[in-house]
Structure formats: C-alpha cells, structure tokens
Design a protein around this ligand. Structure first.
Ligand code: ZN
Length: 278
C-alpha cells in the first residue's frame, strides 16, 4: 500500500499543472473558445447579409479623401448586427468566466491544503474550505468583467470591419475583392481572435480567484507555473521564485496573465525559508 507521502507526491505531481493548465482548466478554456467562435460566426453571417462590399462600388477606388466617410458609413451599418448580438456576447462571457473563477478558486484551495498537509502545518484560522461554492464572488466578477469586455470587443470588431472595407476601397479591390477580404477577416475573428480572447480572459478569471484565495487563506508567497511554451517575460517572473503576496512580479503585474495569450498559472508557494502562512 502506498504511504501517505507517496500519495501526496502523486497528487502534487498531478496538480503541478494548475489553473488554466489543469485538466478542468483546459476543458473550460476549450468550451469558452468554441462558444466565442460560434458567436463570431453568427456575427459574420449577419455582417455579410448587409453587403458592406457594395460600398466599394459607391466610393471611388484609390481616393484617400473619401476614406473617413467610408469608415463612418461602415461604422453606422455594422452597429446594427453588433448591437443585436451584444446580449449574447455578454451572457456567454459571463457564463464561462464565472465557471473559470469558481473552478480555479477550488483548485487554489486544494493546493493550499496540500502544501499545509505536506508540511504538517496548521491551516490558517479560517480553516480548510474546500469546494465551498463561491458563486456570489464568481458571478459578481464575471458580470463586471463581461460588461467591460463587451464594450472593448465590440469596439475592436467595428474597427476591424471599418479597416477592411476602407482597405478594399483604397486598394481598388472592387466589390468582389472587398467581399473576399471581408470574408477572410470575419473568419479570422472566429478562429484567431476567439482563441486569444478565450485564453487571456479565462486565465484572468482563474488568476483573480486564485489570488483571492491565496490572500484570504493567509498564504505569504505566490509564484507561477509556466506553460510549455513560455515567453521571456513569463520566464523572468517565474525565475524570481517565491514572491511575497503583496509584491509585484518583475514585469510589474501582481498576478497572471502577464500578456495577452499568457498561460501561466498563479499558485500559492512556500517562502524561501519554507514557511507557508504569514
Ligand atoms: Zn505567461
């Protein structure tokens, strides 16, 4: 029969992949990405129905002076489909961010418990609260963050479509060429852009809640778990070893993600002298 320390080591190895890198984190991330892809596909269908490429027949090609008018007209036309789908976007963001927040909160608690148990330390005064539902915190984070994100995502979407039609006209692509360019940009949104948004925002939701648990459990130090393809910023932050909870990482951030698309997970850590709680 395996000893307690063997079992703990096995559990720790399993949970070395934390937060967004944990099996549950990966599943949530994938589903979030798929939902965003569906949203961008639906939006693309509605945008294509308004046939913005026809503007390439109405405005003269290669005439830079008309571009501000083109952008204004595109912005006005595209606002319809964007507004129609705003509520859907908000709801899907809020759903997945709340689930990410809650999942990471429980994962963070389990790590604190494991670290405490492995070092035979007394858990903090609030004690172990594994799997206590944190729906109120999760939903309030998700509601706040999603409302802000919807505004940003909509503004970016409008800007991308304005740029696309303006490029079609500026480069004299004509109606069919502009339509093709628009189709490509829209399909890129549902693939590349949905992936980047899902990665960054799922990690943010997970990191916010991990950080909240690390602090409220009284853990004194934090560190990161690198993804399998870390960038120099992330390597430097991770290379600092345990960082006091209220101190910033070398990059100037207090937690992950350190850049768009960052997959580093924020985790509780023992201090340099082995102490877990402050
Ligand atoms: Zn990173």
């Amino acid at each position: 029969m395996a000893s307690l320390s063997d079992t703990l080591a096995a559990v720790s190895a399993l949970n070395a992949a934390m937060g967004i890198q944990s099996p549950s984190g990966k599943v949530l991330l994938r589903r979030f990405e798929v939902s965003l892809g569906v949203y961008f596909d639906d939006l693309a269908t509605r945008v294509r129905a308004i046939e913005l490429e026809n503007l390439a027949g109405r405005f003269p090609a290669n005439d830079e002076t008309t571009l501000p008018a083109v952008r204004e007209e595109v912005g006005r036309l595209v606002q319809g489909p964007i507004t129609e789908m705003s509520e859907d976007l908000y709801l899907l963001l809020a759903l997945w961010l709340a689930r990410g927040y809650e999942t990471a909160s429980n994962v963070a608690d389990r790590r604190v418990d494991e670290l405490a148990l492995a070092g035979s330390e007394e858990a903090d005064a609030t004690g172990s609260v594994v799997d206590e539902p944190r729906l109120p915190e999760a939903t309030s984070y998700a509601a706040r963050r999603s409302a802000k994100l919807v505004v940003g995502i909509n503004t970016t979407t409008r800007g991308i479509i304005q740029d696309t039609i303006a490029t079609g006209i500026k480069d004299g692509l004509g109606v069919p060429g502009t339509a093709r360019l628009l189709r490509n940009r829209l399909s890129d949104m549902s693939i590349t852009r949905s992936r980047l948004i899902a990665l960054t925002e799922m990690n943010d939701a997970m990191s916010v809640s991990s950080f909240e648990r690390i602090r409220s459990r009284g853990v004194a130090f934090k560190t990161t778990v690198l993804s399998d393809r870390p960038c120099p910023i992330c390597i430097k932050n991770n290379g600092q070893g345990p960082v006091p909870v209220d101190q910033l990482f070398a990059s100037g951030h207090d937690r992950t993600p350190f850049h768009p698309g960052c997959l580093c997970a924020l985790v509780a850590s023992r201090g340099p002298k082995g102490k877990l709680f402050s």
